[in-house]
Design a protein. Structure first.
Length: 86
């Protein structure tokens, strides 16, 4: 009799575990289930890294904004512009 109860308990625990992994997420109180809007990212023209607008170093050229991952990339970009023939 005890073996039967143990097996039933193990089956129930397995069932609940599988159901929790596969089933839809419940709206639990105190848990923020809303997705925040994705932050806008830009590609650094020097090193190719994607950087968010909030973390980017912004440079301007001819009225256009360029986003850089660091001041070093901004300096390299300026050096490349100086080396280009006009």
């Amino acid at each position: 009799m005890i073996r039967l109860l143990v097996w039933l308990l193990l089956i129930y625990i397995g069932y609940r575990t599988i159901k929790a992994m596969v089933g839809p997420r419940e709206n639990r109180p105190g848990v923020n289930n809303e997705r925040s809007e994705a932050e806008v990212t830009h590609r650094d023209p020097v090193c190719g890294v994607y950087v968010s607008e909030g973390d980017a170093v912004v440079g301007r050229l001819d009225g256009h904004r360029h986003y850089f991952c660091s001041m070093e990339c901004l300096a390299k970009f300026r050096e490349q512009l100086e080396q280009k023939p006009s």
